[in-house]
Design a protein around this ligand. Structure first.
Ligand code: PXP
Length: 237
């Protein structure tokens, strides 16, 4: 099972000061050294965290899987075709949301998604669809020609006890159906160091896509060293 690390939050911290640090491109190379099998970046319409420059540079330095998360808009399709990530994950996008809130509206967006998938695939980019864990959405993904699905694990991640078991079952069933239909099946959203085990144990998952919890832990495991290095500079001065 592969691990794709989403580095958007590194860009979010950079944009808090609109400066050069921390650089998500540097974070990506270190994540790869740590064993990441792929890097994910979500270039949003409003460019609130990742920028076009990040995507361009990532394409140069990421030699494992570069996954571009994107809305199925004309602008993003044009950018994807120019940059050629190793895969594109189509996600719903709302301006005011803190993070991607749910899977794609597969019924309402069916035609637009089908067209986007075709354009991306025609230029050699495999396409994954970020969908809620239900069978109908998996079926539609197959019908409109996706290569992969990424099953939304956010509800599972936030649920507790019996509800979490129920949600885990929904994810399992969606993965099973995706495999049966010949779709590659991924999962992601809200996975952390406490809840990842249940999902990682599911048979038939190709990869997990994780961002927030890894970047959060990176801040904590790195803070001691960062302070020590600053203290040394101050004491030497
Ligand atoms: N997969 C998709 C499609 C996402 O939109 C996100 C969040 O950007 C993730 C995975 C990663 O979610 P998290 O940051 O909660 O690990």
């Amino acid at each position: 099972m592969i691990l794709g690390v989403n580095i958007d939050h590194v860009a979010t911290v950079r944009e808090a000061r609109k400066t050069f640090e921390p650089d998500p491109v540097m974070a990506a190379t270190l994540a790869i050294l740590g064993g990441a099998d792929g890097i994910t970046i979500h270039l949003r319409e409003d460019r609130r965290h990742a920028k076009d420059r990040d995507l361009r540079l990532l394409r140069e330095v990421v030699h494992c899987e570069l996954n571009l998360e994107m809305a199925a808009t004309k602008e993003m399709i044009r950018i994807a075709i120019a940059v050629k990530p190793d895969m594109a994950t189509l996600v719903p996008e709302k301006r005011q949301e803190l993070t991607t809130e749910g899977g794609l509206d597969m019924v309402g967006q069916k035609k637009a998604l089908k067209e986007a998938i075709k354009k991306l695939q025609d230029s050699g980019i495999p396409v994954s669809l970020f969908i809620n864990p239900n069978i109908m959405d998996v079926d539609i993904s197959k019908e409109i020609g996706a290569d992969m699905v990424e099953i939304h694990t956010g509800v599972y991640a936030n649920a507790k006890g019996k509800n979490q078991e129920k949600e885990l079952h929904r994810v399992k069933e969606a993965i099973k159906v995706a495999n049966r239909l010949g779709l590659l099946a991924n999962a992601g959203h809200g996975l952390n160091y406490f809840n990842v085990k249940g999902i990682a144990a599911i048979e038939g998952i190709r990869g997990l896509y994780i961002g927030h919890s890894i970047i959060s832990r990176a801040i904590l495991v790195g803070i001691e060293r960062a302070v020590r290095e600053m203290k040394e500079l101050i004491l030497r001065g």
